[in-house]
Ligand binder design. Structure first.
Ligand SMILES: [Zn+2]
Length: 509
């Protein structure tokens, strides 16, 4: 007797089709699992047999063969346990054959029959709907996540017996629902405000420009000047997520296995702050069946690297490619994997080892030490940072000022940033990029053309500061964003002058 049901395997961030097939025949009793399986999939036979027995179903002494197709794709993980149990039961005519037809199933089984959650359910739900499936049977703890996808009935099961009951009678369980509108209304509530930061107007302004053109930014300042306070507030000034973006981000977090089961839909832009001891592997993602790393968890949000020079050189090197391509490529014997990585990089560092340069009363570092400290960051990475801003120490007067929202506040900044974003979206409508930071050489010529007066100024700056071609382009892009924030079509002198002020400090050239 042969039976089959649809399930799926996560490959990168997509779900690929896997048919779970069972054949039961008379012959020497055996339980064979085939189909290019990793060890944890092979062990499903033990989990399924025990779970069935502990649910009161004894498998007869027959010859069982389980095949996971297609055979040329390696399958891993424990999500096939539940569909394997379902096809076995169908092959034994414990559940009706036609009940398998319109169901996509995934879930891990405990020996006692409990159904445990698995990673990547959202991607599976998207796939199941595309395939026109009517029902999605998943672990109860993943049901809310699956219900993000509309147009398919999500059945969350806690125990094997519930799955059996449902397959025998599809009216026996109600499907899971979540209210996406309500979840979105509650988003952005816990966000931090720039108004909480006293002073630092120059740093706030630099952050506003960086966020508006999605430029990468480096904050330089002594310990305790509030660099990380500034960074943490950036997700709150970026444009709110659309549902589509929200699903794309949630999918990545789901596959990485870091979703909150009760509030699975991510509605705020991600903020990831890995410790400087992080390995290149944890940053970029990896493993035999690669899972997304921290860079991808920051997709469509902010990746904050505090104490940049303290990171391993290899970790910083690994950032170069995703910053350029907006995605991460990992190749393995069994295939190539791609993870998304549209990130805004915000980095922070002390100006020297002790942290107080250029305050010569406090900094005892020698020029050679300062140089060594700053040169720990590779030049190619620095080349991908558009704005440099020194974060000053807060003066006593500012600290003792009445405690109220001061200077630039998040709401105002967000409005400016969204408006500048719309200007860019319109301008780059027919281009493969959407933000000023992504402009290529052709784009620079087309959209950052200068008039005579501005050309002369740039020429002067170019010679005076001995700019490289890259440095020159970087400055033009930043000036473009400053002009966009002002609603100016042309880049003018004062835009260029402001852009120059955010260039690399001379020591770091
Ligand atoms: Zn020092």
């Amino acid at each position: 007797m042969f039976r089959t049901i649809l399930s799926g395997a996560i490959h990168g961030i997509e779900c690929k089709s896997v048919s779970v097939e069972a054949d039961v025949s008379n012959g020497l009793p055996s339980f064979l699992m085939v189909g290019f399986l990793s060890s944890e999939v092979k062990e499903a036979s033990e989990r399924v047999r025990n779970a069935l027995r502990n649910s009161g179903i004894q498998l007869p002494a027959k010859r069982f063969t389980i095949n996971l197709s297609p055979a040329d794709m390696r399958k891993s993980g424990t999500a096939f346990d539940l569909p394997i149990a379902a096809v076995l039961l169908a092959a034994l005519e414990e559940i009706p054959e036609e009940s398998l037809k319109d169901v996509f199933m995934a879930g891990e089984l405990s020996l006692n029959g409990r159904v445990n959650g698995v990673c990547g359910i959202l991607a599976m739900a998207v796939y199941a709907r595309e395939r026109g499936m009517k029902y999605l049977v998943v672990p109860k703890e993943n049901a809310k996540e699956a219900a993000i996808v509309s147009g398919i009935q999500v059945i969350g099961v806690e125990h094997l017996t519930q799955m059996i009951e449902f397959m025998k009678d599809k009216t026996s369980m109600v499907s899971e629902h979540i209210n996406i509108e309500e979840i979105f209304q509650n988003s952005q509530k816990g966000l931090l405000d720039f108004g909480d930061i006293c002073g630092q107007e120059r740093a706030k302004r630099a952050v506003e420009i960086a966020a508006a053109g999605r430029h990468n930014i480096l904050l330089i300042g002594a310990p305790g000047t509030g660099k990380s306070m500034l960074a943490k507030r950036i997700p709150g000034i970026l444009s709110p997520l659309t549902l589509e973006e929200s699903i794309a981000i949630t999918k990545v977090h789901s596959i990485a296995g870091v979703l909150d089961k009760d509030n699975p839909l991510l509605t705020d832009r991600p903020f990831q702050q890995p410790h400087h001891t992080i390995s290149p592997f944890a940053l970029a993602g990896g493993g035999r069946n690669p899972k997304p790393g921290v860079i991808s968890l920051a997709h469509r949000g902010v990746l904050f690297l505090d104490e940049l020079p303290e990171f391993h050189r290899e970790s910083l090197e690994i950032l170069r490619q995703p910053l350029e391509d907006k995605e991460i490529h990992i190749s393995r014997v069994n295939g190539n994997y791609t993870f998304p990585a549209e990130i805004m990089l915000v980095a922070a560092m002390n100006p020297c080892k002790c942290g107080y340069y250029p305050d010569r009363n406090r900094c005892k570092c020698t020029p050679a030490e300062i140089n060594h400290y700053q040169s720990r960051i590779s030049k190619p990475l620095l080349d991908r940072i558009d704005l440099y801003v020194e974060v000053e120490e807060v003066t006593y007067e500012k600290l003792s000022a009445p405690r109220m929202k001061q200077g630039l506040q998040s709401e105002k900044m967000r409005k400016n940033i969204i408006r500048a974003g719309q200007v860019q979206a319109q301008r780059y409508e027919k281009k493969p990029y959407c933000f000023n930071s992504e402009l290529d050489e052709m784009g620079l010529l087309e959209f950052c053309a200068l008039e005579e007066k501005e050309k002369k100024l740039m020429e002067k700056i170019f010679h005076k500061l001995k700019l490289s071609a890259r440095g020159y382009h970087r400055m033009l892009k930043v000036a473009r964003t400053i002009a966009d924030l002002e609603g100016e079509e042309r880049i003018r002198e004062h835009h260029l002058k402001e852009a120059v002020s955010y260039r690399k400090n001379t020591m770091m050239e």
